[in-house]
Ligand binder design. Structure first.
Ligand code: ADP
Ligand code: MG
Length: 705
């Protein structure tokens, strides 16, 4: 019997030569095959007569083969089959290239459906069908079609496996499949206006009409979103059941720390801090994201929270995505809390040091630092992912702060738990303005603190897309700024020029500016009198740190860099962000670059250069010029490119349909509510075993880490 888990190799009638091809598409079982959904449909549902045909139309006709012949064309490599077709209204020619076997199938006298494009011959104007899909039919029996005379599914294909081939495989299996039990309660189906599973499966592949196909797609999208929501909701509940160190809110301490800062906190900084401190006081782990535009001052808030944890004898780990940023957070902490004397450690692959406030700093060997962390003597550790290695054992880790990472895996969290005994509180910081719909999908009910305003006195950054002919002017502008004391970033999409061009792609790539070339050009030709430095991912951590350090101290005027500069780098004196090849970066990334300037009191500028200003590029650059804040931009980006591009597919691991469905906020919201309601009624899913089983499968399939 055919069941969902039956391997395709055990199904009669599937030729073995198809199996490796299917496997390439990730299809090994009946379920895999049936869940290989069409990417689009072609509407061949109306059957035309030959006299009704007009050039340019996609049509189906039912016709009899009058004659058929094959020949080589003048381009000898092409093998042409030509048939004369007729129905009661007239005759038409059909042509196929390089499909000699067609002659065996479409023998004269046979009747078939032909679906394809009507083309007018350039020479004679005569109409013919170009490369139509065909399907034999009988004049007598009612015949169910797969490829013609209906809405026809089109699949993503692989070499040697066409849409037609996939339709051949799917239709008989659908017929033989026993009834599949429905996961969702009747009420959910009705409320969402979605078909039950058997109907949905039939309609997503072979719909009667487009509405049925859409309803079926909606069902599967809803299903994916629902299971995403269920996953995050369950994680949240699991976490809430764990214990975490409760850190009492020490108001006098916090007040004195805030008063000692070199600036006044903004209202939303204060509100966010308060939300975080309240969470820390609870005996269950905080799970919060602190979101705010670049430069809105998230670090100081996380720093205050870390300080509060340390003041009560606990430890805090502060994790950054790069060594440069880890180092910067470490310096910031020292700057903001100069009197902190317990020692703040920096721990990256390349550097281990401790600072004791008031400029006291010691370089320490890694093993010794690890000991001090394990003994609990060092309470605040800033670092990269090196922080959550097995070798790092905290004595009492109460707070983990993660900067600029969209997700922090379940596994990493578990690693920290093992190390510390109880579960630490968790705060993630992000300047990537994640639209509400997307964050709901990715994080479910994760608590959110928002910093909505920039510190007082900041001037909005002036952003411009610069035309090629304005380049000279732009360089003069940069020179003027530098002469008046400011600094500039120049971002390039790649590190170096590719070697000899071998293909078209490399040729195009050669036009893309590289850090090394631009560095040479700017330092030798354009600004020989200024100091230019470069920064890219192939440099050692030490080199990077010293380049950054020099730039931070204004010993360098211009820094030519790759996207390593993207997140977090804080140089308030830099006022120019010049981006080469802006079309090569995502909007979120461009926005991050832009955020590297405008961090001090001076007017700042962001100059966008595009090598190939296509219409799409112009639209995107316009978005970044016009966006008033990160959230506006994020919504625009989501619309322009879809969520996969926004976050990077790999980062989300989300199913296809769910990714697309995110652009439908209502569906996300409904899935969210349905998941929550289900868990409220049945927290352990005891009464919904089907859903529980499916959840397991789902988790495996999305690599939810
Ligand atoms: P981000 O949110 O991008 O991480 P940072 O925390 O790096 O921003 O802060 C950007 C700069 O603004 C830092 O130099 C920081 O010291 C400073 N800053 C933070 N809060 C304020 C404030 N309320 N007023 C003035 N400057 C502030
Ligand atoms: Mg930051």
């Amino acid at each position: 019997m055919v069941e969902l888990h039956t391997p395709l190799s055990r199904i009669d009638g599937i030729q073995t030569r198809f199996l490796p091809k299917l496997k390439k598409l990730g299809i090994e079982t009946v379920r895999d095959l049936l869940w290989h959904f069409p990417v689009r449909y072609e509407d061949f549902s109306h059957v035309f007569t030959i006299e009704e045909l007009n050039p340019g139309e996609e049509v189906t006709i039912t016709a009899t083969v009058e004659s058929i012949k094959s020949r080589n064309t003048w381009r000898r490599s092409l093998f042409l089959v030509e048939a004369e077709l007729s129905d009661h209204t007239g005759t038409i020619r059909a042509t196929w290239f390089n499909q000699p076997y067609i002659k065996n199938v479409l023998q004269p006298g046979r009747m078939a459906n032909f679906a394809g494009k009507v083309v007018a011959s350039k020479k004679s104007g005569e109409l013919y069908l170009s490369n139509p899909t065909y399907e034999l039919v009988s004049a007598h029996a009612h015949h169910e079609t797969k490829h013609t005379a209906r809405i026809v599914p089109v699949y993503s294909e692989t070499r040697g496996l066409t849409s037609k081939g996939i339709r051949y495989l799917i239709q008989p299996i659908l017929k033989r499949l026993p009834h599949i039990p429905e996961l969702f309660p009747e009420a959910v189906l009705r409320a969402q206006h979605i078909p039950e599973i058997n109907e949905a499966l039939a309609n997503i592949h072979f719909p009667e009409n487009i509405d049925d196909a859409l309803a079926a797609r909606r069902r599967f999208a809803f299903e994916d979103l629902f299971f995403l929501q269920l996953t995050t909701a369950l994680q949240r509940r699991t976490l809430a059941a764990k214990t975490a160190p409760s850190i009492p809110t020490d108001i006098p301490l916090i007040k004195s720390l805030i008063e000692a800062l070199p600036f006044a906190l903004t209202e939303s900084q204060k509100r966010s801090l308060w939300e975080i401190l309240k969470d820390l006081a609870r005996p269950h782990p905080m799970n919060r994201i602190l979101q705010g535009d670049v430069g809105s001052g998230k670090t100081v808030i996380a720093g205050l929270a870390a300080y509060a944890a340390a003041a009560h004898g606990h430890q805090a780990a502060f994790m950054a995505p790069t060594e440069i940023l880890a180092r910067q957070h470490y310096l910031t902490f020292n700057k903001l809390f100069p009197n902190y004397e317990h020692g703040v450690a920096l721990l990256t692959a390349g550097e281990t040091r401790i600072s004791y406030g008031n400029g006291l700093e010691s370089i320490i060997a890694k093993p010794s630092l690890l000991k001090e962390i394990t003994s609990g003597k060092i309470r605040i550790v800033v670092g990269t992912h090196a922080l959550i290695q097995k070798s790092v054992a905290f004595r009492s880790l109460a707070l983990v702060v993660v900067d600029e990472q969209h997700r922090f895996g379940v596994r990493q969290r578990a690693a920290l738990e093992e190390a510390g005994g109880s579960t630490p509180h968790f705060l993630s910081m992000s300047a990537t303005p994640i639209p509400r719909t997307l964050s709901l999908t990715l994080f479910g009910d994760l608590d959110l603190s928002l910093i909505t305003e920039l510190p007082k006195g900041r001037k909005p950054i002036k952003t411009r897309a610069v035309l090629p002919e304005e380049r000279v002017q732009a360089y003069q502008f940069i020179r003027d700024e530098i002469v008046s004391g400011r600094q500039a970033f120049v971002i390039c999409p790649r590190i170096e020029k590719p070697e000899e061009p071998t293909d078209r792609a490399t040729l195009i790539a050669r036009e893309v500016k590289s850090v090394k070339e631009e560095y040479a050009r700017l330092s030798r030709e354009l600004f020989p009198d200024l100091t230019v430095a470069m920064l890219h991912g192939k440099m050692s951590a030490k080199e990077k740190a010293s380049v950054m350090h020099a730039f931070q101290k204004n010993e360098t005027n211009i820094l030519v860099a790759t996207s390593v500069i993207e997140v977090g780098v804080d140089v308030p004196n830099a006022t120019i962000m010049m981006i080469e090849g802006a079309e090569r970066f995502g909007l979120a990334q461009l926005y991050q670059f832009k955020g590297r300037v405008g961090r001090g009191a001076h007017q700042s500028y962001c100059l966008l250069f595009a090598a190939s200003p296509s219409a799409a590029t112009r639209t995107r650059l316009k978005a970044i010029v016009e966006a008033r804040n990160g959230f506006e931009l994020a919504e625009m980006d989501l619309k322009l490119r879809g969520p996969g591009e926004f976050l990077g597919e790999a980062q989300t691991g989300m199913p296809d349909l769910a990714m697309k469905a995110i652009q439908n906020p209502d569906l996300v919201k409904h899935a969210h509510e349905a998941a929550r309601e289900l868990l409220n009624n049945d927290p352990t899913l005891k009464r919904n075993p089907e859903i529980r089983m499916h959840l397991e499968e789902f988790r495996k399939s999305v690599h939810w880490e």
